[in-house]
Ligand binder design. Structure first.
Ligand SMILES: Nc1ncnc2c1ncn2[C@@H]1O[C@H](COP(=O)(O)OP(=O)(O)OP(=O)(O)O)[C@@H](O)[C@H]1O
Ligand SMILES: [Mg+2]
Length: 216
């Protein structure tokens, strides 16, 4: 059986929605699962590269780079995480094309959701299928957002990959270079793990040629 290689690009045109935080967590969970991880930080702020540096001694199977090259896919990694800047440009298009799965974090506010239509169009124009693309509801404790926001999501039939809680422990762990889930309670930890599993589930279904209900 050929070795699995999953590339996930995390993008939203809106800034500050959790792209780098989620990139960090997915990289660390993959490393905890004994995968060889390539984390690619395309944002000039280098938030992902810098925060991964803090926990480098805990995760020596995560390699960090700051540009995307086409031949990366030939290298010996199992999990590629691509963190992006909040923009629409050639680099973003390239990162979207490189991905098996595109994740779009959104916060629960109306402004974060309302620009999703143009985000979706941009992803589609890069050649990524709708089924390969899913939202992450970030920093949201209840399963439903405000009714107005849920109505926008429903209207466009966006897939939802997962829902992540706001966690001060997560921030503390990241800032002190600890593993993302150190001190985190089981019920919070499980939502992050669930997201990671869902991504792999969707990828494996796609490999089998099944493109329906990937995110259910
Ligand atoms: N689930 C979470 N729990 C607690 N804090 C979070 C969570 N997700 C993100 N944050 C915090 O929200 C802020 C923005 O997150 P982050 O930097 O990951 O967003 P971003 O989309 O990468 O931003 P930018 O567009 O500037 O690159 C940061 O302070 C981050 O620590
Ligand atoms: Mg960022």
């Amino acid at each position: 059986m050929s070795k699995e290689k999953l590339a996930v690009t995390i993008w939203n045109y809106k800034g500050g929605v959790g792209k780098s935080t989620i990139s960090l967590i997915l990289s660390q969970i993959a490393a905890q699962n004994n995968l060889k991880v390539l984390a690619i930080d395309l944002d000039e702020q280098k938030n992902l590269a810098e925060t991964l540096k803090l926990s480098q001694s805990l995760f020596n199977s995560i390699e960090v780079r700051t540009e995307l090259k086409d031949d990366f896919a030939d290298e010996d990694f199992n999990f590629y995480v691509i963190d992006t800047h909040p923009s629409k440009d050639e680099t973003i298009t390239k990162a979207l094309k490189f991905a098996d799965i595109v994740l779009v974090p959104v916060l629960g506010d109306y402004n974060s959701i309302i620009n999703l239509r143009s985000v979706w169009e941009y992803i589609r124009d890069a050649g990524v299928g709708a089924e390969q693309t899913a939202i992450i509801k970030n920093c949201i404790t209840s399963s439903k957002l405000a009714a107005e926001v849920e109505a926008v999501l429903d209207e466009h039939k966006y897939s939802v990959a997962g829902r992540l809680p706001r966690s001060n422990i997560l921030l503390k762990n990241i800032a002190s270079g600890d593993c993302w889930d150190k001190y985190m309670r089981k019920n919070q930890r499980s939502q992050f793990i669930e997201l990671y599993k869902k991504i792999w589930h969707a990828y494996r279904e796609m490999l089998k040629g099944n493109f329906h209900n990937l995110w259910k």
